[in-house]
Design a protein around this ligand. Structure first.
Ligand code: 5AD
Ligand code: SF4
Length: 461
């Protein structure tokens, strides 16, 4: 290793778990004397942390690699280039064949091996590490010696569970992230306490199927997500808890009760339904009906009436008819979403639905997507307008664009710009919402008060 500090640049695509993983890569390499940089141009090691969930993911990676190669050639530099994440897991050594600039390929379960893989690459090897050993990853990540490479922000992600055993027929996750594995309660608590100690006020627990969490508790028995949340809410300094993404089938009664009983658990839930048609839900192997989903939402709202719900939808799954799509439009009304993410079906290599008959033409998918998106945007705007005039608690995250303005988040995850606010990042402030923009709210400190409130307010449910 040279005396100069080595610089690491990680570019993440896709989900929040990749964001979390990028920080863990930085931690693992921080212990080896690396510091992070925001630009590929001065990096000694460039990592593309890829996503394989939808179409053209691999193509995007190859075109990015082409750009990196060109920029490095022009600058007369030769950084180590690594491909990580789900495309790495899915394509493995194929990436080395297609792209001569790539020095190493590392799957999501092997980031603890990065220092060793980089050393091999420097010695002229082109290592590929796509083993499924998620327990090893978690153990390595839990090592207290692993120092964070940069100060955590007010809000942090914490992976508690990885992988998926559900095998929805459209989804590549069970193949790229492997079988479901939960971290132990002790590991999660250790990491949460470290985060709290460094000033983090909000933790979002991550998992591909986070409500299937069943990590080993201190009593040697599996703990549910609800129990974990209850224990985490005892940590001083942590003011807010969230979790994502859940599956309707795993949503236990104790998790519903947690939304009633834990004031720190925020009233926002991302619970994808994918389609409103029972026929399509069956073909997707979701193992629930539209009515069961709506009934579940009803029970969660009984526990937490102000819950803001968001969902994911796929249009154009193989065999989807106009009537099936109308069922999806109907569930959007029935479930009353505050926000949603909509996708055109994208056949993923190796998944059961990819080869099925009845693939829906792109023009039909585009039409359906536009209609669904339009309705969802209307509902999202209506939800945001419904908050105008309300008093909310905001977790302040950063200074705003204008002097005296601070930016933070509402309990419902929507960003809030607060005028004339002298609170600091990490403070909880009460605000009166004065207006709603496209993707954020505008607010003033409640009752004209300018300071932070020391205690978490009582739940408003
Ligand atoms: N095509 C389109 N959308 C998909 N998703 C997952 N796989 C596919 C696919 N093959 C969507 C689902 C999931 C979200 C993360 O991505 O809606 O909930
Ligand atoms: Fe994919 Fe379904 Fe698992 Fe979600 S639950 S990760 S959509 S297989």
């Amino acid at each position: 290793m040279t005396a100069r500090t080595q610089k690491l640049f990680v570019k993440s695509y896709g989900c929040q778990m990749n964001v979390y993983d990028a920080d863990r890569m930085a931690d693992a390499l921080g212990a080896e004397g690396f510091s992070t940089t925001q630009s590929a141009d001065d990096a000694d090691v460039i990592v593309l942390n890829t996503c394989h969930i939808r179409e053209k993911a691999a193509e995007k990676v190859y075109s990015e690699l082409g750009r990196i190669r060109k920029a490095a050639q022009e600058a007369g530099r030769r950084p180590i280039v690594a491909v990580a994440g789900c495309v790495a897991q899915a394509e493995g050594a194929e990436i080395l064949k297609r792209s001569p600039i790539v020095d190493l390929v590392v799957g999501p379960q092997s980031y603890q091996n990065l220092p060793e893989l980089i050393a091999k690459a420097r010695a002229g090897e082109r290592p590929v590490d796509t083993e499924f050993a998620v327990e090893k990853k978690f153990e390595a990540l839990a090592r207290p010696a692993m120092r964070p490479a940069r100060a955590p922000a007010v809000s942090a992600f914490l992976t508690v569970q990885e992988g998926c055993d559900k095998f929805c027929t459209f989804c590549v996750v069970p193949y790229t992230r492997g079988a479901e594995v939960s971290r132990s309660v002790a590991q999660v608590l250790g990491e949460a306490e470290r985060l709290a100690g460094s000033g983090v006020r909000e933790i979002t627990l991550l998992g591909q199927n986070v409500d299937a969490y069943h990590g080993e508790g201190p009593d040697g028995r599996p703990w549910t997500l609800a129990r974990l949340l209850e224990r985490l809410s005892e940590i001083d300094g942590i003011a807010r808890l969230r979790y994502t993404t859940s599956h309707p089938r795993d949503f236990g009664d104790d998790l519903i009760a947690a939304h009633r009983d834990l004031p720190k658990l925020m009233p926002y839930l991302h619970l994808p339904v994918q389609s409103g048609s029972n026929r399509i839900l069956k073909a997707m192997n979701r193992r629930h009906t539209g009515a069961e989903y709506v009934e579940l939402i009803g029970r969660i709202r009984e526990a937490r009436p102000d819950l803001a719900l968001s969902g994911d939808f796929i249009v154009g799954f193989p065999g989807e008819t106009d009537a099936d799509f109308e069922d999806t439009m109907a569930i959007v009304e029935a479930a009353d979403y505050a926000a949603s993410f909509t996708f055109k079906y994208s056949p993923r290599p190796g998944t059961p639905a990819a080869g099925r008959a009845g693939q829906v033409p792109d023009e039909v998918m585009s039409e359906r997507l536009a209609r669904l998106q339009a309705r969802i945007s209307e509902r999202q705007a209506a939800f945001q307008r419904s908050l105008v005039g309300r008093r909310l608690e905001v977790l302040v995250e950063r200074a705003g664009r204008h002097p005296g303005q601070m930016g933070g988040r509402s309990p419902y995850l929507i960003p809030v710009q607060i005028e004339s606010c002298d609170a600091a990042p990490g403070d909880l402030v009460e605000v009166d919402v004065t207006g709603a923009g496209a993707n954020s709210l505008f607010a003033a400190p409640a009752g004209g008060a300018r300071g932070a409130i020391p205690q978490l307010a009582e739940a408003t449910a």
